[in-house]
Design a binder for this molecule. Structure first.
Ligand SMILES: [Zn+2]
Length: 136
């Protein structure tokens, strides 16, 4: 029995890293969509411990420290409302989303990249106004 008792305390990091927590704002909306606001499970447990979030849902999986055990949160809600970012992040995914995953020159879908409408060599900047999805 002693052996069984000890193995309960053996943590397997590899089996735990796949337990992200969805982080919701105080109004229950995700903090961000692309990418979706996720925390590693360690962050979620820390925030819950510090009373910064309320746990809405949990995984079945339990982690144990020397003094306590926790079920890993799967959804947490911030207790304090965070003002959402008004600007949409200029990311590859968001740009393709705006351009509906189509080349803006010929409409083809598939292997996409970016194109500067005014080339960088001629002073074109990397911005929402000057960059479009295009065939690679
Ligand atoms: Zn094209």
């Amino acid at each position: 029995m002693d052996g069984d008792f000890r193995t309960q305390f053996v943590r397997d990091p590899a089996s735990l890293k796949h337990y992200p927590a969805l982080v919701l704002n105080a109004d229950y909306r995700p903090l961000s969509y692309y990418p979706l606001s996720l925390w590693p499970w360690q962050e979620a447990i820390k925030a819950a411990y510090l009373d910064r979030v309320q746990i809405v849902a949990e995984y079945d999986h339990v982690v144990r420290s020397q003094r306590a055990e926790f079920r890993i949160p799967s959804v947490v809600v911030l207790k304090d409302y965070v003002k959402p970012q008004k600007r949409v992040a200029f990311t590859r995914f968001n740009l393709f989303l705006r351009d509906e995953f189509c080349c803006q020159y010929c409409g083809a879908k598939g292997d996409l990249t970016f194109d500067h409408v005014i080339p960088r060599a001629r002073g074109g900047v990397t911005s929402w106004e000057n960059v479009v999805a295009a065939c690679s």
